[in-house]
Design a protein around this ligand. Structure first.
Ligand code: NDP
Length: 255
């Protein structure tokens, strides 16, 4: 059994690294010896995180990227390859959640969810799979991890578009595992329940804002660091072990 507990020398690309789950995962992987490429739009937040990681003795690269633009993602892939060599971990995590009533929600809000959660996730896969394949061909341990959601499995009022984008991510992940597994690329997804990040701060739909305020009084939300621990666990498995789907919920969250 190969020992992959030591993550030294691995190269991770993390989208959505400027906050929440991506930021926490970057910190955790960097603390375990992974060189981390930080992708998101907010350059100041990425540079602050990269500085923090370097001061702690890690290696980090700030790569400002808009995953809704293929050219931006392709440029990021070229930068990672040049600076760190090919990625062997891709945490495909950037996303947005904007609940709303069908027919009343602005087009901008439902389109943004599809552009980012579906098409953006695909753009990242398209740009980085060649690097994952190259790493696997060299015998390295390789992971593609997509952030889906418990919303992929259940129905929630006014979360139709968001939930459907995550159902896409989960089903895509199953198919990609079938396609890439034979090439020795592990493919998996994390389906978290409610997690305390910036995500809910973008809500404009009053019904969801009220629901959230109420939920906070009865549920201890997951923390971004809880998700980071799961990613750290997945990538540290022996090479022949592929965690395909991890559902992680706050203990008191029902469905
Ligand atoms: P955050 O809002 O904290 O993080 C979202 C990240 O996505 C930010 O870093 C943001 O950075 C980045 N992002 C947004 N738009 C773009 C873009 N166009 N290009 C590149 N990056 C972009 O939320 P979370 O950490 O909670 O979200 C991470 C993932 O987890 C998402 O896919 C979300 O759907 C999923 N999830 C979240 C749950 C929760 O309850 N929080 C539960 C289940 C799943 P920037 O603005 O700098 O671009």
């Amino acid at each position: 059994m190969s020992n992959t507990k030591d993550l030294n020398g691995r190269v991770a690309v993390i989208t959505g690294a400027s906050s929440g789950m991506g930021q926490a995962t970057a910190r955790l992987l960097a603390s375990r010896g992974v060189r981390v490429a930080l992708l998101a739009r907010r350059q100041d937040a990425l540079e602050a995180l990269a500085d923090e990681i370097r001061k702690a003795g890690g290696a980090a690269l700030s790569v400002p990227t808009d995953v809704t633009e293929q050219a931006s993602v392709d440029a990021a892939a070229a930068t990672v390859l040049r600076e760190f060599g090919e990625a062997d971990i891709v945490f495909n995590n950037a996303g947005v959640m904007l609940p709303g009533a069908v027919g009343a929600q602005s087009s901008a809000e439902w389109e943004q969810q599809i552009d980012l959660n579906v098409t953006g996730a695909m753009r990242v896969i398209q740009a980085f799979v060649p690097q994952l394949e190259a790493a696997a061909a060299k015998g390295k341990v390789v992971d593609l991890i997509n952030t889906s959601s418990i919303a992929a499995q259940y129905v929630y009022g006014y979360f139709a578009v968001y939930s459907a984008t995550k159902a896409y991510v989960s089903h895509l992940t199953r198919h990609l595992r079938l396609e890439l597994g034979p090439k020795n690329i592990r493919v998996g997804m994390i389906e978290p329940g409610i997690t305390d990040t910036e995500l809910q701060g973008h809500f404009t739909f009053q019904g969801a804002i009220d629901w959230l305020a109420n939920a906070r009084t009865s549920i201890d939300f997951l923390k971004a660091e809880d998700i980071a621990e799961v990613v750290g666990f997945i990538v540290a498995q022996p090479k022949h072990v592929n965690l395909q789907q991890v559902v992680i919920m706050p203990t008191k969250e029902g469905i």
